[in-house]
Design a protein around this ligand. Structure first.
Ligand code: UP5
Ligand code: MG
Length: 195
């Protein structure tokens, strides 16, 4: 994409911190296109004829980061599809969560404007995910997978947040409050950034 043609905001935070919930609210009021890397991977996993189905299923169950080639290709495809329909503002949720992804995406697709980061105690995220697991049907909403997801978040994904933080590009919002309260903070943070 030519420089400045699209605006990209990354939405990061631990598993269950509320990335999807807050992104959905922003779509309603701000007209962003919301792309969840996890959702795109789950769709690809189900797609008939996908050669990555089994690989994705295994990585998700183990809470590991799917090789960047797969995820970046899915994101690029989704961005392009929406861009061709006139969209220019993208919330990219749950990505990048490994340094290689962050570098490749910014080099090949677009530089992010900033990252919205949801800070959340692990206990709160655990309770939410176990609760959601009763009905979500997600293969990784069980205690074994959740434990692995937390590990990966700390070891692999936090370095990405630190990387953008060093560039002064991280907005932190505490997620341990009711959805509306978190959303008010998100909106305040975005308006300070002129969004
Ligand atoms: N909830 C939300 N906000 C609340 C609030 N303020 N108060 C009370 N409850 C609240 O929320 C989770 C649950 O909490 C929901 O039930 C919600 O109602 C409630 P949600 O908004 O879904 O949180 P989110 O942060 O989106 O949680 P999610 O489980 O989607 O986070 P993950 O980051 O774990 O999942 P994701 O889908 O992004 O990734 C899944 C897997 O895909 C990864 O583990 C990895 O294996 C793979 N992946 C890659 O390999 N590469 C990638 O680039 C991305 C993903
Ligand atoms: Mg999500």
């Amino acid at each position: 994409f030519p420089d400045g043609k699209i605006k990209v905001i990354f939405v990061l935070g631990g598993p269950g911190s509320g990335k999807g919930t807050q992104s959905a609210l922003l779509v309603k009021e701000h007209g962003f296109v919301h792309l969840s890397a996890g959702d795109l991977l789950r769709e690809e996993q189900k797609r008939e004829g996908s050669k990555y189905g089994e690989l994705i299923a295994q990585y998700i169950k183990d809470g590991l980061i799917v090789p960047q080639e797969v995820t970046i290709a899915l994101l690029e495809q989704a961005i392009l599809k929406n861009y061709n329909k006139g969209a220019t503002k993208f919330l990219i949720d749950g990505f990048p969560r490994k340094m290689d992804q962050a570098l490749t995406f910014e080099e090949q697709i677009a530089t992010s404007s900033f990252t919205l980061f949801f800070e959340c105690p692990e206990k709160v995220m655990l309770d939410r995910l176990l609760q959601r697991g009763k009905t979500s049907g997600r293969a990784d909403d069980n205690i074994e997978s959740i434990t692995k997801r937390f590990r990966t978040f700390i070891d692999t994904s936090m370095p990405v947040v630190d990387h953008f933080d060093k560039q002064g590009k991280v907005i932190k919002v505490s997620c341990d409050q009711p959805v509306e309260v978190v959303y008010d903070q998100v909106k305040k943070a975005l308006s300070e950034k002129g969004v």
